[in-house]
Design a protein around this ligand. Structure first.
Ligand SMILES: [Fe+2]
Ligand SMILES: [Fe+2]
Length: 533
């Protein structure tokens, strides 16, 4: 490659956004949840690996343990993990103190807030949290608190210098599960020590289609001369994929990109739900990749704050072409940080919150927020919403992981919206227990039985068919639920054919087909064309 000429970024450059070397997701950007995660998960996993690496090696060989708290490295990495552990104790000491203070605040409220005025308790708030929290009761005198989140982002507890990006070339699907294995230095990985907000990243990602001068991008991202050869290997002289212009066909075009990600296009408008996109490399499975996205994405619609639905890795690479982002609103509680603030702090522009039953016009169509029940272990988490998308006379309902806990909800919604055309639904009806994702945020001991009873369950056959029947859908598509092999780093799922999720979704598909409804459990790639009128 001639570095004196304009060059393209290769299509298979993998970009892992990191926070303190751990794969970054929403809870590691929001300051309070980041403090809890460092203290109650990262440190513990690293300590466990350093003292007993063989336990981790054995656990990682067992597919059932894929999503568990085990580092997927061999014992030869003990030294590096120990170094990361030591560095974390040193550099993140303020975050560890923050997490400790949250625990004391919880204890203080449990012991001292008994239904009387909370005003005297402000002086008992741990010093470092003073001015960052408001104390509240619910209507039954149960005490709690909320963080003044906007202010925390302006405090030392939001430290952009802990953010970085790991660039490497990806040629196969296998990637370690991101929530339990920190990323370490490697000769094939270039670490860019830049905050996610850095605008040079937009320039870099644009270069997949628009060639630019190598030395300029090298300089603007602060790549050293010693790293130049590795950085150079991410570029090429020739365009690997031409940019897709806007779709201008007459039909409403829907393309499934994997997991909960679908692209809907019509009449000059493009909408992308829960962006999770594969890189372009050969794995023998037909799928759309980054190269198949249009040059502009008018709206990104995010359904809920789970790491497999909000991927910084993808959002950052698409940021330069995304015009608007629509997100659900949070509750304000300590387990439910504001998604809008999180996205703004990673540099996403035009982020709008949508309410349940609120409609936003999107060019030639509209998007309505619908209630999304369950799938969050019964915590008061409001950052979740289903969408009703209308394009022409077509109506598309994306319920993501909604659990149909109360069929009456859909009766009421049917009274408002009537019959609809297409349903997209996830059916991970046997989800992980509460502690899997929220454990690091909990400061009190949790009984195992309670933990096991409160889960991330989505809809099973009965619940799914209830939704199908109510709206008389003509097309029903079940997401692949993590089966796409290029997504196991984020979903940690390997199903056997007698898995509950497979049996229930097979049953739904068969039942729909028996009734003359087009139905399919998606996998990899799918294009659906619908008449717009
Ligand atoms: Fe989910
Ligand atoms: Fe999901």
């Amino acid at each position: 490659m001639n570095t004196g000429q304009n060059v393209y970024l290769k299509q298979n450059v993998q970009v892992e956004p990191l926070f303190n070397q751990w794969y970054a997701w929403t809870y590691l950007v929001s300051p309070a949840t980041a403090a809890m995660y460092i203290s109650n998960l990262h440190l513990k996993i690293m300590q466990s690996f350093v003292s007993a690496p063989d336990v981790h090696v054995a656990a990682c060989k067992n597919p059932a343990m894929l999503g568990g708290p085990f580092i997927r490295y061999g014992p030869n990495k003990v030294g590096e993990i120990k170094a990361l552990l030591d560095r974390t104790m040193r550099e993140q000491v303020h975050m560890l103190e923050f997490a400790k203070a949250v625990k004391s605040l919880d204890e203080m409220l449990t012991n001292d807030a008994s239904g009387f005025s909370l005003e005297p308790l402000y002086q008992k708030i741990p010093d470092i949290l003073k001015g960052y929290v408001e104390l509240v009761y619910d209507l039954n005198n149960n005490p709690s608190f909320r963080f003044i989140e906007g202010l925390l982002y302006e405090s030392p507890y939001y430290n952009r210098s802990s953010q970085s990006l790991a660039l490497s070339l990806i040629e196969k699907d296998d990637r370690p599960f991101v929530l339990s294995t920190p990323r370490l230095e490697d000769e094939r990985i270039l670490m860019l020590h830049l905050p996610f907000k850095n605008e040079g990243l937009d320039e870099l990602f644009k270069m997949k289609h628009e060639p630019g001068p190598f030395l300029h991008i090298k300089e603007s991202l602060g790549v050293s001369d010693a790293e130049e050869d590795l950085f150079k290997s991410f570029f090429t002289d020739r365009e690997e994929a031409t940019i897709n212009p806007r779709y201008d066909g007459d039909k409403v075009r829907i393309r499934y990109f994997g997991h909960g990600c679908i692209l809907i296009e019509w009449n000059g408008c493009s909408l992308l739900t829960d962006p999770l996109i594969s890189y372009k490399y050969d794995n023998g499975i037909q799928r759309y990749t980054f190269a198949d996205l249009p040059e502009v994405i008018d709206y990104v619609l995010l359904t809920h704050n789970h790491q497999d639905h909000i991927m910084f890795e993808v959002l950052l690479q698409l940021r330069h072409k995304i015009r608007n982002v629509i997100v659900p609103k949070n509750s304000g509680g300590p387990a439910d940080p504001s998604l809008k603030l999180i996205l703004r702090h990673i540099g996403m522009r035009n982020v709008t919150e949508i309410e349940e039953l609120e409609t936003i016009d999107v060019g030639p169509g509209s998007v309505t927020g619908l209630p999304f029940l369950g799938e969050h272990a019964d915590l008061n988490i409001r950052t979740k919403i289903a969408y009703l998308i209308r394009m022409g006379s077509r109506s598309i309902m994306c319920v993501a992981d909604s659990n149909n806990l109360e069929p009456k909800l859909y009766d009421h919604l049917h009274d408002v919206f009537g019959d609809l055309d297409i349903l997209f639904i996830g059916m991970e009806c046997q989800g992980a227990p509460l502690s899997w994702l929220y454990g690091p945020l909990i400061t009190q001991p949790l009984a195992r039985k309670q933990d096991q009873s409160r889960r991330f369950d989505g809809s099973d056959y009965e619940k799914g068919i209830g939704i199908v029947d109510r709206f008389k859908f003509k097309h029903v598509y079940v997401y692949a639920m993590g089966m796409e092999p290029w997504l196991t780093h984020i979903t940690s799922i390997e199903y056997t054919k007698d898995a509950h999720q497979i049996i229930e979704s097979d049953k739904l598909v068969a039942d729909c087909r028996g009734r003359g409804i087009t139905a399919e459990r998606l996998f990899g790639q799918k294009e659906i064309l619908l008449d717009a009128q």
